[in-house]
Ligand binder design. Structure first.
Ligand SMILES: [Zn+2]
Length: 435
């Protein structure tokens, strides 16, 4: 069967940090391998950590509708300094618990799960093999039970993060390195670390960067389309991943997508500032739909501001979409599905997509609106009001007809007590679920 269709005259384009420009994906069906850096599991994830989960799942849904085959890998970092620091002597228990919280909380977003969610722990033997290959090739060296990557051996180092290779920032200074730019691939066991693995260099554990290079290649092969993560991961994490994999002659990712970070009233959300809101708290307070509309409202490359005002605005938008199914606008001509496709093909422009969804809502184009919302995991199922609410509505209509506004208000209050609200239209009143 031919795939020729006018819509494939255009291609999906995404902004790539490495080339600092838009890069086209190959034509459908791809395949499109995607690796996004997942959480370090030592606490409940904060609402900003949900962005590199939501974005790739949306992208996957959209690409599949566009005729692509995709494979999405989001890892779980369960060996890391932060976990040892957060639970001295009990790091394995903490990482197991925090992994369960992460699966539970992201599950509540209702977007399904990535195809593979590998953990660092299950990939340690693969990591040891890759580190050995880097040592054999002269790109790494052992020093007192640690193994370091030799940055000077990889001339492209610094290119992803836009640094001159000779003036790269020093990483985790220590005297065991040949060069202050070098970074650890393997760290010898310390008395404060309660988990370790045997290796050709003695007991120890892998560094964070090699974990991701190896998990990505294990599940997507040595070359794949998209590698994503938060903007704060460009350096050193992704610069180091790239250096490790390319030094072995692997193509690794073609496109590097870095999402903007969540801000909290203009400030960075972080544990040290003390303004962290967990994903779970955000879901409990606002609901999954408002949160997803909030994420849609910002371009993935830009910072997004989480405040009571921006969340209330997102919830109001969702309320408008729901109400339109009960109280639709009069049908008018509007742009077609192609408009949404164009917005998403152009660097996955979700604010533009959201504007189109509202355009369809306002034009009474409910089938297009519902189909568009479902791309982002937003479904509106029309439910019928309970019989007693209909009784109050009829009583209110009758009271209004008699200009008995006191009785009308009384019945409105009863309708609202039952979780519904009444809206007046030129052709009579309608019931709409209360937000
Ligand atoms: Zn990573």
């Amino acid at each position: 069967m031919s795939r020729a269709s006018p819509r494939y005259d255009r291609r999906v384009r995404l902004y790539d940090t490495y080339t600092r420009g838009l890069v086209e994906l190959p034509p459908p069906p791809g395949p499109i391998g995607m690796y996004f850096c997942g959480p370090t599991v030592y606490q409940r994830i904060h609402v900003g950590n949900a962005i590199p989960f939501v974005l790739p799942l949306w992208l996957k849904r959209w690409l599949e509708l566009d005729g692509y085959q995709t494979k999405l890998v989001i890892n779980i970092t369960d060996i890391n300094d932060k976990i040892y620091d957060a639970a001295p002597g009990a790091s394995a228990k903490l990482s197991t618990d925090a992994t369960a919280w992460y699966i539970e909380d992201t599950g509540l977003l209702g977007l399904g799960r990535p195809d593979v969610e590998p953990t660092a722990v299950e990939t340690v033997p693969d990591q040891i093999r890759t580190i050995s290959a880097l040592v054999d090739a002269g790109h790494a060296y052992e020093s007192d039970g640690d193994v370091y990557y030799r940055v000077g051996s990889f001339p492209e180092y610094g290119r992803l993060s836009g640094q001159n290779p000779d003036q790269v920032e020093e990483q985790e200074p220590n005297a065991r390195k040949e060069d202050p730019r070098d970074f650890a691939l393997w760290k010898a066991n310390k008395p404060t670390e309660d988990t370790w693995w045997d290796s050709p260099w003695g007991r120890g554990r892998p560094g964070w960067h090699i974990e991701c290079s190896v998990m990505a290649e294990k599940h997507l092969g040595p070359e794949f389309e998209i590698h994503g993560g938060g903007l704060d991961l460009v350096f050193p994490h992704h610069e180091n991943e790239l250096a490790q994999s390319r030094a072995l002659g692997h193509g690794f990712a073609h496109i590097w997508t870095h999402n903007g970070l969540l801000r909290f009233g203009g400030e960075k959300m972080s544990k040290s500032v003390g303004n962290v809101v967990s994903l779970r708290e955000a879901l409990d307070r606002w609901g999954r739909e408002a949160l997803l509309v909030f994420f849609l409202s910002g371009h993935w490359r830009k910072p997004l501001d989480y405040t009571d005002e921006t969340m209330a605005a997102a919830r109001a938008q969702w309320t408008d979409f729901v109400a339109s199914v009960y109280d639709p606008s009069e049908e008018r001509p509007a742009r077609g599905w192609e408009a949404l496709a164009e917005a998403l093909e152009d660097d996955f422009n979700t604010p533009e997509a959201l504007a189109i969804l509202h355009e369809w809502r306002a034009a009474g184009q409910l089938e297009l609106m519902k189909r568009g919302l479902s791309v982002f995991g937003l479904e509106i199922e029309r439910v019928e009001p309970p019989a007693e609410v209909n009784v109050f509505k009829e009583a209110r209509d009758a009271a209004r007809a008699e200009r008995n506004f006191e009785a009308a208000d009384d019945n409105r209050a009863r309708i609202e007590e039952h979780g519904w609200t009444v809206r007046d239209r030129p052709d009579g009143s309608v019931l709409v679920p209360k937000p």
